[in-house]
Ligand binder design. Structure first.
Ligand code: ZN
Length: 351
């Protein structure tokens, strides 16, 4: 019986203790707050930020100072509904919106809470105490983060909802892409999901660029019409894309993105560049009158992604290349760090 769910004293989790120190270990479970549901996590996707905490002890400006449970790309089933009655009932399969808008007073557009100062995210060391993630068999999550999955959308397919929402937001920052030529630089999970979203949105022709064969195979499987391997500047310039999605997060990728944009085109930067100055030949953006726009996380796009996955109009299955039981979590991370061999790697918390 779901409503007699007994929270165990502890549960296995993926915990980053510091650079090169990732552990699968039992953590003590707290009783949920009144507005929190207990979610039995089914799948968790390994994200670039999770890899950064493991490999570098930091993700961008966010430096790991205390042990932190990783993970923000999770789906599962509500084991115990929030005591205050908010959110989905016990037994409901859910995806998770990992953001909590911040209390900061700085100005930002009210309809874009992803830009609110002080915004926290599951599995982020941006603040101290760190915000624990949800790579945990039983996670206490605020009920407002939970999105019920419609019938016909299995948890396994919904496991990409979070990164697909990032991609959906990035494509929406490109404006109306119907009938337009698109270029996606970097065909890792976010880039490949951007290809899938562009395809669904009616882009006329999509080219994907990557350094490796495996991501390009995935991009082609979700809708890329052409692929370019490596950083062949002439081949990229010849694309003359109306919209470009930059998802590598490095300056070489950004240079390719600018190079591949048509005069008057728009470049959406979703790959997070390292902080600090970046040497990029940006003068072309002036003489071509390019629009360079940033894209950061997402807002309510998650609801559109869930609906599009459920009705089959958004096809993402090839993006997930590997799945490991939690007990083999370290192997999973090792696979996820290698873009030549893997796309999105999932942890199976129920196995
Ligand atoms: Zn992610």
């Amino acid at each position: 019986m779901m409503d007699t769910f007994e929270l165990p004293a502890s549960a296995p989790a993926v915990v980053a203790h510091g650079k090169d120190d990732l552990r699968i270990e039992d953590v003590r479970l707290k009783q949920p707050a009144a507005d929190e549901a207990v979610v039995e996590i089914a799948y968790g996707g390994i994200c670039g930020s999770d890899l950064h905490y493991w490999l570098h002890g930091a993700a961008g400006e966010s430096i790991l100072k205390d042990p932190m449970v990783l993970g923000h790309e999770v789906v599962g089933t509500v084991a115990r509904a929030a005591a205050d009655g908010s959110g989905p009932a016990a037994g409901t399969p859910v995806a998770v919106h990992p953001a909590t808008p911040g209390p900061g007073a700085a100005r930002y557009p009210a309809d874009r809470p992803n830009l609110s100062p002080g915004c926290t995210y599951l599995g982020s060391a941006a603040r101290r105490p760190h915000t624990d993630g949800a790579f945990l068999r039983f996670a206490n999550l605020p009920a407002r983060m939970l999105r019920a999955l419609p019938p016909g959308l299995p948890l396994r397919r919904a496991a990409v909802v979070e990164p697909a929402s990032v991609a959906w937001h990035a494509v929406s920052r490109a404006g109306d892409v119907m009938g337009r030529r698109a270029l996606v630089v970097g065909a890792g999970p976010i880039g490949a999901l951007a290809v899938a979203v562009l395809k669904r949105a009616g882009a006329a022709h999509i080219t994907a660029v990557d350094m490796f064969d495996k991501p390009l195979e995935i991009a082609a499987a979700v809708g890329a019409d052409a692929v370019v391997k490596g950083d062949d500047a002439d081949a990229i310039a010849a694309v003359e894309a109306d919209v470009v999605i930059e998802s590598t997060g490095n300056r070489f990728g950004l240079a390719s993105a600018i190079n591949g944009a048509v005069r008057g085109g728009r470049v959406v930067m979703v790959g997070l560049l390292p902080s600090g100055p970046q040497p990029v030949a940006v003068s072309l953006a002036i003489t071509r009158e390019l629009e360079l726009v940033g894209s950061f996380r997402f807002n309510d796009e998650i609801d559109q992604v869930i609906a599009a996955l459920a009705d089959g109009s958004l096809f993402t299955d090839p993006v997930v290349t590997h799945e490991y039981p939690l007990s083999r979590g370290l192997e999973a991370f090792d696979m996820a760090r290698d873009p030549a061999r893997s796309g999105k790697v999932l942890l199976d918390f129920g196995a």
